[in-house]
Design a protein around this ligand. Sequence first.
Ligand SMILES: NC(=O)C1=CN([C@@H]2O[C@H](COP(=O)(O)OP(=O)(O)OC[C@H]3O[C@@H](n4cnc5c(N)ncnc54)[C@H](OP(=O)(O)O)[C@@H]3O)[C@@H](O)[C@H]2O)[C@@H](O)CC1
Ligand SMILES: [K+]
Length: 480
Amino acid sequence: MKAIVSASEMAAADRYTIERLGVPGIELMERAARACVGELMEELRPDSLVTVLAGPGNNGGDGLAIARLLHGEGVTVRVFLLQDGETYRGDAALNHQRLRDLAVDISVIEDPATFGLPLGCDWVVDALFGTGLSRPITGGLANLIERLNVSGLRVLAVDIPSGLSGDHGRVDGPAVRARLTVTFQCLKFAHVVTPACLSCGDVRVHDIGISFSDEARTGSWLVEGRDFQRPTRDVEGHKGRYGYLGVVGGFAGMAGAASLAARAALRFGAGKVRVLTDQPAYFGQPGSVMVDHVDRWKQVGDFDALVIGPGLSRAEAAWSHLRQWDLRDRSIVWDADGLHLLAAERLFPGKDWVMTPHPGEAAVLLGTTAGEVQRDRLAAIRALAKAFPGGWLLLKGFRTLVLSPGGELFVCGTGNVALATAGSGDVLSGMIGAMLAQGCAMEEAVLSACLRHGLAADRWVRHHPDYSMIAEDIIEDLKY
Ligand SMILES: NC(=O)C1=CN([C@@H]2O[C@H](COP(=O)(O)OP(=O)(O)OC[C@H]3O[C@@H](n4cnc5c(N)ncnc54)[C@H](OP(=O)(O)O)[C@@H]3O)[C@@H](O)[C@H]2O)[C@@H](O)CC1
Ligand SMILES: [K+]
């Protein structure tokens, strides 16, 4: 797992490192610049031309140090400042002084709106604004950024593409679109949360020796494929040991949804899976998934965990059972139409539960639109936690978000657009249910399922077009 921090957490760590641990700020800036130059040198040819756009703060200061180090490497560099160089303060001022003594061309951008972009250069270093951005970029500078974004020039963003905030995944105004972002010590939210992360290109995190005080422990993490831990079995295991999962769904014409969840659960290690539906005949020949008419179940105490929702429908006949069942001590995955039920009736969601909405379902739960949810996914998942306290939340979409009842946030680093296919959510809910049935804690269940679901898609696109994956392919991939 990689820590994700906000701009203010990062600034606090900077201060702690400088003031308490005695590492000079100018040394941190030098290390930051060295990290960027190291990455850039991998990309440059001997005759490459680099343009540095330097803003008024320490991000600009990084840019000035980068220009000096590139010059030292024999690279031709031109530097454009947003303001008169004399206005720099602190470490940035020192770097301005150091650069002025060298034969590097430095000019001031008089009017950003008419500034001629250096179209012949190989890379642009975006050192306009970093984590100190305090408002959306407007006016001539906004115009410059928009022209840069359509120029085709390759951009390396220092710390964060200018215009993005480190604190969230929103894009509130014009923002530089980078090919490569080099950031320091920790990821910031904009690097991993959509839509902001789509402007970052490849993100490389460099350790520049910034330390966090013990009190300033971060509670947000990027989880990646290497963090996935597969369900384990011991040699004497038998099916009773790996749990009994109930899938409630597959009503009127939607047998497929429950069937996908159930089969995914078996493939992900559940010992036994039974679908409770009003359409058992739709499930055809008996197979590894057990199927029952839901009317035969007055209570659901037999199950170790439940998945409620895939193909549940919104019919009274489906919902009436759920009102009667005692769900108080159950582990439950609420998905699909189950979420509509929770939104409509505020049913007690269980002892240990996770809701797994896609943006449209999250919008229903919050009384807003899917567009609003997607505009600020972090705010949406936090609003869900307020509206439905006490359980886990998983907001699907590129870079799926997971929030614990205690407020710890996880961003799932696996998965891609191949997952945008009917039934892929049903498969995910079945996988989480399988882990719960096997006795895993909710954190492990949700994160393992989410990572593995995404890995199936990541493997798929290595050999197939992204549009061609169907939900059954995810289940198929769980064999490996
Ligand atoms: N030791 C360290 O701390 C290290 C820090 N490091 C580097 O420092 C960066 C953070 O530096 P920073 O805090 O100086 O902020 P930065 O992003 O340069 O911008 C602030 C300036 O922008 C201005 N401004 C803001 N919004 C604006 C807008 N919309 N339109 C126009 N102007 C706007 C703002 O003006 P104001 O809001 O005060 O009016 C202020 O002048 C960080 O990302 C990393 O790269 C590394 O060197 C490692 C060590
Ligand atoms: K930047």
